[in-house]
Design a protein around this ligand. Structure first.
Ligand code: ATR
Length: 276
């Protein structure tokens, strides 16, 4: 009997700018898997129906992106630990007929730093700029990796306080005016705000205030070298761009749907960079 083609998806609204089909398509071809990974535009009002018919339509699972990550969190039957901590689901899969939701963004963040700044978690206090969804994934990963002093800085202080209360011990909340003081003894600076993105150029913090051993990571990857990373590099600091987070967050989902743990290679990276 011919094996049934393995099918997965990414759903969002809009979805046409997603790079996930290119990433998973590359891995499917690389491993010679008879599978498909399809981008599907699903409007918020159609999300519940999509979830309910996923299994009948032959899907093994897929990725969920903006604006469905919170609805997916509420809509699945079981959740992994990361999804519970982050409060959002970006990966769906079926296990013995049960719909599971997980969150791989924190894994993507940490794996990217592992690739380019080994030992980063023992570098000292971490300053996290921003307090949105991406920040929650980053803080979850920092806590998992044992970073004991996590300093959230946000334009809207109330949102930073919300995250501090959510994540508890070792996490503090600060207003932007305090950034300079917080950077002086930090070992890691992570930007999760939209500042520095194409069309929103600007420095979310001054990386020259960091000590020599600090690592600077921007989760923004368009442009691949943000003003923050450029300033940090000029200062002689180790920098890690955000593309590796995108590539690494895709790994656990691919493994669940298609049964092979794929690798984030220079070849894949170059493919995506050429398309940015
Ligand atoms: P995401 O899911 O990408 O984290 P988000 O939840 O919209 O997106 O969060 C965006 C983050 O970028 C927030 O921390 C936001 O600050 P506020 O909470 O004060 O809105 C931050 N941000 C966006 N534009 C900014 C700007 N021009 N200056 C400073 N912070 C900005």
């Amino acid at each position: 009997m011919a094996e049934i083609m393995k099918k997965a998806f990414v759903i969002g609204h809009p979805i046409k700018h997603s790079r996930s089909p290119m990433i998973h398509g590359h891995w499917l071809a690389k491993h010679g898997i008879d599978g498909s990974y399809q981008a599907i535009d699903v409007a918020p009002r159609d999300f519940a129906d999509f979830l309910a018919s996923m299994q009948a339509n032959g899907y093994r699972g897929g990725n969920v992106t903006i604006p469905h990550k919170e609805a997916a969190f509420a809509g699945v039957t079981r959740r992994d630990h990361a999804a519970d901590e982050i409060g959002a689901v970006n990966t769906l899969w079926l296990e013995d007929g049960t719909l599971w939701g997980g969150n791989t963004d924190g894994h993507g963040f940490a794996a990217n730093l592992d690739d380019y700044a080994a030992g980063w978690a023992a570098n000292g206090p971490a300053v996290v700029l921003g307090a949105g969804g991406a920040s929650r994934a980053v803080i979850h990963a920092l806590k998992e990796r044992g970073v004991g002093d996590i300093r959230i800085v946000n334009r809207t202080l109330a949102r930073a306080i919300e995250l501090r209360d959510r994540f508890g011990a070792g996490v503090s909340a600060h207003e932007m005016a305090a950034t300079a003081e917080l950077l002086g003894d930090a070992g890691l600076l992570v930007n999760t705000t939209a500042l520095g993105m194409q069309g929103n150029e600007g420095l979310p913090a001054d990386p020259t205030l960091l000590p020599d051993h600090a690592v600077v990571n921007d989760i923004v990857y368009v442009p691949i070298e943000t003003p923050l990373l450029a300033a940090a590099r000029t200062r002689g600091l180790k920098t890690v761009d955000g593309l590796g987070m995108l590539l690494n967050q895709a790994v656990p989902g691919f493994e669940r749907w298609f049964g092979v743990r794929p690798k984030v290679t220079a070849e894949l990276r170059a493919l995506i960079v050429a398309d940015l």
